[in-house]
Design a binder for this molecule. Structure first.
Ligand code: MSP
Length: 543
């Protein structure tokens, strides 16, 4: 039976238009989901939209439409973005859907029935934009300003239902000790653990100052706090609160998630409040909360005020010029997966395209397929004339490839995308080095060395084939083209990476065509050169 692997993105607020942040998180999850599926896992990839809360209610009011109409319109835009970028989720959950609302009511009802929730009065420092309360110490650390928008925190007082987060202080600290990988990367873990050790306060889980949300079961004057409602999407999508339902039957085995992939700004909710809620609900905990950093632009923070967010139109211009696979490659290998922010610049994008894709992968594939056309009639030669493998220059290609595959698999399972993809590109670089070392173009002039020439070309092409399997998840279109040129028919939805990547899978005698995978492009796309564009009407409106 194959391993169940559940991966989620945050659910995105519908008062915003899709931009690089949303595209990035969804793209890296898509790369992971494809790879793991190809590697034999039974993967469930969830994304969606977060549609309740005062922010959405206010945005809708400002536009003179109902919150539901706003949510419908923008959820459609998020779906359109994902279709355009060919992001293949298994489900797109919207928090206004009946299946979600029903289950949130049921889950919160369960929490209320337990000791985890009580009605109480609370006063604290409130970040209106983020709909988040901060403790006194944290508020002081933040100089009483929102860490996201910079707006002053306000003193707010409310009679609310509270979640007894303080009761989970010890279990959470134990969790962090027991599972050092519960939050990654390590810098984020240390950060959140530091905060956690300062002590936990109970958190409100209902609000009364607006109505756009899920009503509190048994007390409809209260609306369930949007973050509680939103976090629960990860379980409602699997139908976990309705054990008699169809969704539960088909999906419950995916719980718990391998990864909740999020941006660093929403780490506290995912790394502290969420596991505490799950403990209170007696559900298994996710294996890892992976909190990536941010894309910044030409050295500056992207913000709505500056209007320098890379929006969908800008993404489209990159995709048009370089191809979707290049966009995915750049996102997956140069993105802010580590503890520091990553700078998106047109020049850097162009440089990576040229060095990794044109000069390395494209050039190597074209070089090898061209030599096969020229020296061995366009047909895959054998590396074992008379039944004995020829190891040219002592290169143990089967072992080299096996190592690259194992490295790529291990790294991807750990969500180290750049390292996984790097093993494949490293393999291609070795092929290039091997060609330079063995000089098949010289050997081809000597009729007595035909066997050696055949072995070299076989080994080069076979290593490229194995590398291409590892690169398919990030560049599915181009790898399909490559496979077509190599006369291979591979279906990664049914074929398995481990079987296909065994050395010798390339059949002798197959016809191979010369392939040019990545055309050289002269100059960077200058569309993002002015990082401080004036805010557009649209970006102002989105704030
Ligand atoms: N609705 C909440 C999440 C609830 S999850 C239960 C939310 N939504 S959001 O629309 O603001 O999306 C935030 C996510 O977008 C971040 O966590 C991150 O995944 C992504 N990004 C937003 N800006 C980003 C960058 N500049 N760079 C990279 N990703 C960032 O928060």
């Amino acid at each position: 039976m194959s391993r169940h692997t559940y991966i989620t993105t945050p659910i995105y607020y519908v008062n915003d238009k899709p931009h690089i942040g949303h595209a990035y998180t969804t793209t890296i999850c898509d790369v992971f989901a494809r790879f793991m599926r190809f590697d034999g896992d039974d993967v469930f990839f969830l994304t969606g939209t977060d549609e309740h809360g005062i922010k959405i209610e206010k945005s809708a009011q400002a536009r003179g439409i109902s919150p539901q109409a706003l949510a419908d319109k923008n959820a459609k835009e998020f779906k359109a973005m994902m279709a355009q970028l060919q992001l293949g989720f298994d489900d797109f959950i919207r928090t206004t859907e009946a299946r979600h609302v029903r289950q949130v009511e049921c889950l919160v009802g369960r929490l209320r029935a337990s000791d985890a929730v009580y009605l109480g009065e609370f006063e604290g420092w409130y970040d209106e934009g983020q709909e988040e309360y901060h403790t006194e110490t944290r508020a002081r650390d933040l100089q009483y300003k929102s860490p996201v928008s910079g707006a002053p925190l306000v003193r707010a007082r409310e009679k609310n239902y509270y979640f007894r987060l303080s009761a989970f202080q010890k279990p959470l600290e134990e969790l962090f000790e027991r599972c050092p990988d519960f939050v990654r990367p390590p810098a984020r873990r240390n950060e959140v653990l530091g905060q956690l050790r300062k002590g936990l306060q109970d958190v409100p889980m209902s609000r009364t100052n607006f109505t756009w949300g899920v009503p509190m079961p048994g007390d409809p004057e209260h609306v369930i706090y949007v973050w509680i409602d939103a976090l629960m999407n990860y379980i409602t999508a699997l139908g976990l609160a309705e054990p008699d339902g169809d969704a539960y039957r088909r999906r419950h085995a995916y719980w718990p998630p391998a990864y909740h992939v999020i941006g660093k700004e929403i780490l506290w909710f995912h790394a502290v409040i969420w596991p505490a809620l799950l403990m209170a609900l007696e559900l298994a905990l996710p294996e890892c909360i992976y909190a990536h950093s941010f894309w910044i632009r030409d050295g500056q923070k992207m913000s709505k005020i500056l209007g320098n967010f890379i929006d969908l139109k800008t993404i489209e211009s990159y995709v048009d010029r370089y191809g979707l696979d290049t966009w995915r490659y750049y996102m997956a290998t140069k993105g802010p997966l580590g503890a520091t922010d990553a700078d998106f610049s047109s020049a850097h994008f162009h440089e990576i395209y040229t060095t990794d894709l044109v000069n390395t992968l494209g050039n190597c594939a074209s070089r090898v397929t061209a030599m096969i056309g020229k020296y061995v009639n366009g047909v895959v030669p054998t590396e074992s004339p008379g039944g004995t493998r020829i190891a040219v220059g002592n290169h143990d290609w089967p072992a080299i490839c096996q190592q690259a595959v194992a490295d790529a698999q291990r790294a991807m399972r750990r969500f180290e995308l750049a390292s996984s993809i790097g093993s494949a590109i490293g393999l291609i670089r070795r092929v290039d080095g091997f060609i330079n070392l063995t000089e098949p173009y010289k050997i081809a002039k000597d009729k007595t060395r035909g066997d050696e020439l055949g072995a070299i070309l076989y080994q080069c092409l076979e290593a490229i084939r194995i590398g291409s399997l590892l690169l398919w998840a990030v560049m599915p279109q181009r790898m399909n083209q490559l496979w077509e040129a190599m006369g291979l028919s591979i279906d990664p939805t049914t074929d398995r990476l481990t079987t296909l990547s065994a050395w010798g899978g390339l059949e002798v005698g197959r016809r191979v065509q010369r392939i040019a995978l990545f055309p050289r492009i002269d100059a960077p796309l200058e569309a993002d050169a002015s990082s401080c564009r004036q805010p557009t009407a649209e970006s102002r409106e989105a704030t």
